[in-house]
Design a protein around this ligand. Structure first.
Ligand SMILES: [Zn+2]
Length: 389
């Protein structure tokens, strides 16, 4: 964004405004509720001591009033406190939770010390026996690594945008070996999969629109994307749900992450999937939105789905898948997240089998949910389920 030769002229205001544009373009939002306070460098020591902050710290972020306090003109501080902790507290669930707990504590402290003078010692004593403080303390301990790592990774990201990597290097060198390893792995991840993916692994809110889904696909699939028939977006697309991508490709693999669900099918698997009216294939094709790829191919597959007759083979397929998914749902070694996912898949296949047996082509997940509700309302679902088992 900035030529290295301009580095000396880089004002904090320019850094702030340019970074905001960068965030708006990449994520679809920028810090909004965070306020920024600059303290003259000469007064920093006095300020931190008076307020009971670590005087060695280069900046401070206060979740309770969402304020980033930095030394005058310190752009690395701006990246860390304002765009790091500030954005995290606005746009991640963990950060929002932290702010909420801090506010609750603040209310209780205000009630306790209302109108009377108190020292930092008084405050400390009050906190030691306060339930909310204990809760907050535990919460902080649990999430401190992620919270801090996000801010340091942000420093790396923005220092790169402004040609200030030397500054970041100095900070980086001050960390111990173990910390550096953690930082390296976060930087390595964003180098490999892109910045958007990195924000999402940190749990930041997702704007799941065409622009970002395309960028994400380009960054995570790389050159493989050029050889891909189509990438479709399906699923809820909610701000804190995972990103569901349906990929028709011969060389992309399916992957599951808490934030990303890539379902990859080879073109021949799509054909087979349509023949047996597999909802995992028919749903994304019928209601997914095209992120990248061939519109004609997609239109052809839709027509094939609509003209595909219901066969015994298709019913058998859904029943078999139901059995497989139920078995997985009972496998404790997979962990609860995948087990629940498998249980939902099992229900989907069972409902699909029942629908197909009735001669109904439902084709979509939402349709199948409705169908299963209708079946349980008139009591047939339990009966039929019993019959199958
Ligand atoms: Zn920090």
């Amino acid at each position: 964004m900035q030529e290295p030769s301009l580095r000396g002229d880089l004002s904090l205001r320019t850094c702030l405004e340019t970074s905001e544009l960068f965030y708006q373009d990449l994520l679809g939002y920028k810090p909004e509720q965070t306020s920024l306070k600059e303290i003259p460098r000469k007064q920093w020591g006095k300020f931190t001591t008076q307020r009971g902050f670590d005087f060695k710290s280069s900046g401070v972020y206060l979740p309770r009033n969402q304020t980033a306090i930095i030394q005058e003109g310190d752009s690395i501080g701006l990246f860390h406190e304002y765009f790091g902790h500030g954005l995290y507290c606005e746009q991640s669930l963990t950060g929002r939770n932290l702010v909420e707990l801090e506010r609750k504590l603040l209310e209780e402290e205000t009630l306790e010390f209302n109108g009377r003078e108190f020292t930092l010692e008084d405050l400390k004593r009050f906190r030691q026996r306060n339930q909310t403080f204990q809760e907050l303390d535990d919460f902080r301990k649990e999430h401190l690594t992620q919270y801090e790592l996000f801010a340091i990774w942000t420093e790396h990201l923005l220092s790169g945008e402004f040609g200030l990597r030397d500054e970041f290097g100095k900070r980086y060198d001050s960390f111990g070996k173990e910390d550096r390893e953690v930082i390296d792995s976060a930087i390595g991840f964003s180098n490999q999969f892109g910045n958007l993916a990195a924000f999402y692994t940190f749990g930041l809110r997702k704007v799941q629109d065409q622009k970002r889904l395309l960028k994400l696909s380009q960054e995570i699939f790389g050159k493989k994307l050029d050889r891909t028939r189509s990438v479709l977006h399906f699923g809820s697309g909610k701000p804190f749900s995972d990103v569901d991508l349906f990929v028709v490709s011969s060389d992309i693999q399916s992957t599951y992450d808490p934030w990303l669900d890539v379902r990859a099918y080879k073109p021949e698997d799509i054909e087979r999937g349509i023949e047996v009216l597999n909802p995992m294939v028919t749903d994304p094709i019928m209601v997914g939105s095209l992120v990248e790829g061939d519109e004609d191919y997609l239109a052809t597959q839709k027509r094939r789905i609509l003209s595909q007759p219901v066969t015994e083979n298709a019913i058998r397929f859904s029943l078999d898948e139901y059995g497989i998914e139920m078995k997985r749902a009972g496998d404790n070694s997979l962990g609860r997240y995948l087990q629940e996912k498998n249980l939902r898949s099992a229900k989907t296949f069972l409902t699909n089998a029942l629908a197909l047996k009735n001669g109904d082509k439902v084709l979509t997940f939402n349709g199948l949910v409705e169908y299963s509700r209708a079946l349980s309302r008139n009591g047939k679902f339990i009966e039929l389920k019993g019959g199958i088992e």
